[in-house]
Write a protein that binds this ligand. Structure first.
Ligand code: PEP
Length: 252
């Protein structure tokens, strides 16, 4: 199998001790097991420094779960893209369903975040996906087309110059943390649709990688990875347990 991206989103979980322990056990398992994939972890940002110390010179890349939409200034509690760059953060999530639907981030906010990250040469994992209501109403393709077009159009010039900085993550909202996953038949259709939508916008976007996220476990990971056009996995719950995360990394 070609090199894939396996990303773990730890969300707002853990403590300093447990985050360091999780990082160490991922490192030691990877050292033993030979994993050819690109591994990205998205820990809580307050633990970046000790984690960055551990993963330097290892194959693991560091990602941020969030970034400020503003370059700098009076935005209490926010962390800027420049600050992320300072800490050698390689990736940042934008548009995760929890930020869209729980924190109520709008497309305009997402677009500003994308701009800030591109200005600082930080790679973006941009999440898209339909809600359960939209899925049941068979609106998946309409929603995905809208989300992709808004994302690309709002930063068209920057993205044309830096398409390699972009990864899309298809995460159906109804599959996140629920144990539900689309069938391989559905995923094949959706991934072909996403790839075709990107190609139609500009053939330079053919380098954009596409991940799947939503209730990935060691039991379903290799089957999911058979999906055409899928370049890797974005994993929430299973990335918090080192054995599960490593099993996923080493079984596919
Ligand atoms: C996520 O939140 O990005 C995610 C995919 O979560 P889970 O794997 O727990 O469904």
């Amino acid at each position: 199998m070609t090199k894939k991206i396996i990303a773990g989103n730890w969300k707002q979980n853990g403590t300093l001790k447990s985050s360091v322990r999780l990082t160490k056990s991922i490192i030691s398992a990877l050292d033993k097991k030979r994993c050819k994939h690109e591994i990205i972890i998205f820990p809580p940002s307050i633990y970046f420094l000790p984690i960055q110390d551990l993963i330097t010179k290892k194959k693991i890349k560091l990602g941020s779960q969030n970034v400020s939409a503003y370059a700098n200034g009076a935005f209490t509690g926010e962390i800027s893209a420049t600050m992320l760059r300072d800490l050698k953060v390689n990736y940042c999530l934008v548009g995760h369903s929890e930020r869209r639907h729980v924190i109520n981030e709008t497309e305009s906010i997402l677009s500003h975040k994308v701009t800030r990250l591109l200005e600082n040469n930080i790679n973006i994992v941009y999440c898209i996906g339909e809600t359960l209501k939209e899925y049941k109403a068979k609106k998946t393709k309409i929603i995905l087309r809208q989300q992709i077009q808004r994302f690309i159009k709002s930063n068209e010039n920057n993205l044309r110059i830096k398409p390699k900085r972009i990864i899309l993550a298809y995460e159906p909202v109804w599959a996140i943390g629920t144990g539900l996953v689309p069938t391989i038949y559905e995923l094949n259709k959706i991934f072909s649709f996403i790839r075709a939508t990107l190609n139609k916008l500009d053939n330079r976007y053919s380098s954009i990688k596409i991940l799947y996220g939503g209730s990935v476990t060691p039991d379903n990971a290799s089957k999911l990875m058979e999906t055409n056009h899928m370049d890797g996995l974005l994993i929430g719950g299973s990335s918090l347990i080192s054995k599960k995360f490593i099993d996923i990394c080493s079984t596919i």
